[in-house]
Design a binder for this molecule. Structure first.
Ligand SMILES: Cc1cc2nc3c(=O)[nH]c(=O)nc-3n(C[C@H](O)[C@H](O)[C@H](O)COP(=O)(O)OP(=O)(O)OC[C@H]3O[C@@H](n4cnc5c(N)ncnc54)[C@H](O)[C@@H]3O)c2cc1C
Length: 538
């Protein structure tokens, strides 16, 4: 059912039983409780403004399966049942997570800042990564607040590519375990610049007894059973639950936004909850449903004033989808790797263009430790015939890395919505030359630091896996912000150019994605948008 209405019509429909609930008006309605929406609610809550946080998922259950790679990786227990379609119309199950806290319930909590260069133009073989309408200096105070809010452990000053920082991390860097320390030492001896990766976990290495985090292997890609991962639920949403001015509705899937006849103001937020349709109204409405779902809601909200979808006069809503050109590599060494928490090391020696003409290639970081079931889940074809014991042995010897190359915003890489409201994701990879070159550099590194010299197999062997279209973990860019309304959806404050009370505060706003993990930038931007809204609301 589609409703275009002044308020009295909504009341009328309610009386008729077609709309199930109307409420008082809220100051701010936030759609989605993940990195963007949850953090925004947390930023705005102290203002005392009445906030309604709408989340389509429920709480992720705390159960032993949280830390069991079989249910997590093989059965996909925490992946949504959504079906999306690729550019040829082929259905696939996207790896999206609809819970309070969104994708951060499953994330690895590697909380990197973009580099200052990422805010300017960067040239790649496939084209130009565009500049942002704001600078790194504009973002820096919000990165610092994000790092303190999400309890990031790290050491500013170690990575030569990082920008200026106004405050050290709140927690010291997580120490390397012996095998990782050896790799860090070998890298430094070979002339590279390894650094301690920024990790958002509640670990106190000085007082292990008081530490919530037990430093286990179940962090990257798993929910945290003991709530020791700094995710949006534990850090941002849970602390708000007792506040009188914040209401969280779970199981509330927003389907459509309604506007006034002129199309300048959102007048109603339609949602489905327990099979019933409800409508809510707020002075400000913020979309933070994730890059694909935010576009879906805007495109499904087409009306007379916005025939191509809400806020879409520029035809940019849904376009410029990016998700990183990433590869996981397991290097197999003869000696066993007993590391438990492996995500402590990063390397940005290939992040920027070099003086001798090599282009920017990307970031290298260590991944959560491989295990047999995760390999089965991630590489079902390759591992189908392998007995469990052989995979256990492979995993015991693996040293795991994650390679990221920037993905360029392309108008044709886009989210569209069909008549049934289903998401179609059209995507072709970019910057494959750079991604291949980064892999080449990494193999050279392995040779230099002796990983290759100890191979289990006769020849060098690395299991590498490029991430297919269903790997939407780093989705971004579908409502980019910019100064020109003809080529962007949002202005520099992340307000829709074409509407007075609609904002977007998830990863959709990225005009380019850089080559480091996106969550800290989503979080920092949500704090930035929160400050703006607090000022606007007085
Ligand atoms: C396995 C995995 C590992 C990752 N590791 C890292 C990492 O180590 N470092 C890093 O920086 N990033 C990582 N990421 C990416 C990171 O989690 C995302 O970039 C970040 O969460 C994006 O924030 P968001 O607010 O845009 O979306 P989300 O955090 O996904 O939040 C969107 C929310 O909107 C809700 N929603 C969707 N549609 C609707 C609707 N119609 N109505 C109401 N609610 C809706 C969703 O349920 C969800 O809660 C990882 C992601 C995954 C999946």
């Amino acid at each position: 059912m589609v409703l275009h209405h002044p308020r009295w019509v909504m009341y009328d429909l309610r009386r008729l039983g077609r709309v199930d609930r109307m409420t008082d008006r809220y100051d701010v309605i936030i759609i989605g409780s993940g990195a963007g929406g949850g953090t925004l609610a947390h930023t705005l809550a102290p203002s005392g403004k009445r906030i309604l946080l709408l989340e389509r998922g429920n709480y992720l259950p705390r159960e032993m399966a949280n830390w069991d790679p079989g249910p997590v990786f093989v059965d996909g227990r925490y992946i949504s049942a959504d079906t999306w379609y690729d550019k040829s119309g082929k259905p696939f199950q996207p790896q999206v997570h609809y819970y309070v806290g969104g994708a951060t319930k499953m994330y690895g909590a590697a909380l990197y800042r973009l580099r200052p260069a990422d805010f300017g133009e960067i040239k790649y073989s496939d084209g130009v990564s565009p500049a942002w309408p704001v600078s790194y200096a504009d973002f820096e105070p919000f990165y610092t607040r994000a790092e303190w809010l999400y309890q990031v452990h790290g050491c500013h000053g170690e990575d030569p590519t990082e920008g200026s920082w106004s405050r050290q991390y709140p927690w010291p860097a997580v120490s390397h375990e012996p095998r990782v320390q050896q790799i860090a030492d070998d890298l430094a001896a070979a002339g590279y610049h390894p650094f301690h990766a920024p990790c958002g976990i509640a670990l106190d290495e000085a007082d292990r007894a008081a530490s919530t985090c037990i430093r286990c292997a179940w962090c990257d890609g798993y929910p945290c059973l003991v709530h020791a991962k700094a995710d949006a639920e534990t850090i941002a949403v849970r602390p708000l639950l007792g506040l009188p001015n914040v209401t969280l509705l779970t199981g509330a899937e927003v389907t459509r936004l309604d506007t006034d006849p002129a199309g300048r103001e959102i007048t109603g937020v339609q949602l489905l909850r327990a099979g019933q349709q409800e409508i809510y109204a707020g002075d400000i409405v913020v979309l933070a449903a994730g890059a694909a779902n935010t576009s879906r809601i805007l495109l499904r909200s087409a009306c007379d004033a916005h025939p191509g979808g809400l806020a879409n006069g520029s035809d940019q809503v849904g376009r410029n989808y990016m998700f990183h050109n990433s590869k996981a590599v397991a290097a197999l060494a003869r000696e066993p790797n007993e590391t438990v928490y492996q995500k402590t090391l990063g390397l940005n020696d290939f992040y920027l263009a070099s003086d001798d003409g090599r282009g920017p290639l990307g970031n290298l970081q260590m991944l959560g430790k491989s295990n047999a079931m995760a390999m089965k889940g991630e590489e079902p074809k390759l591992t189908r015939l392998a007995p469990r014991w052989s995979l256990d042995e492979v995993a015991r010897h693996s040293v795991d890395f994650w390679l990221t190359t920037e993905d360029l915003p392309r108008p044709g890489n886009r989210v569209t919505v069909d008549d049934r409201g289903q998401i179609h994701l059209s995507y072709s990879a970019t910057n494959q030359t750079e991604a291949a070159a980064l892999y080449g550099e990494v193999k050279t590194i392995f040779d230099k630091i002796g990983i290759a010299a100890h191979h289990v197999l006769d020849k060098n062997f690395y299991m590498d896996m490029s991430i297919p279209i269903a790997g939407v973990a780093h989705q971004a860019g579908t409502c980019r912000f910019g100064k020109d309304p003809a080529s962007s959806v949002l202005d520099s404050d992340c307000k829709a150019h074409e509407l007075d009370n609609l904002y977007v505060a998830d990863s959709s706003f990225f005009p380019s994605i850089g080559a480091v993990n996106p969550a800290l930038t989503v979080i920092a931007n949500a704090i930035r948008v929160g400050d703006h809204l607090a000022r606007r609301l007085g």
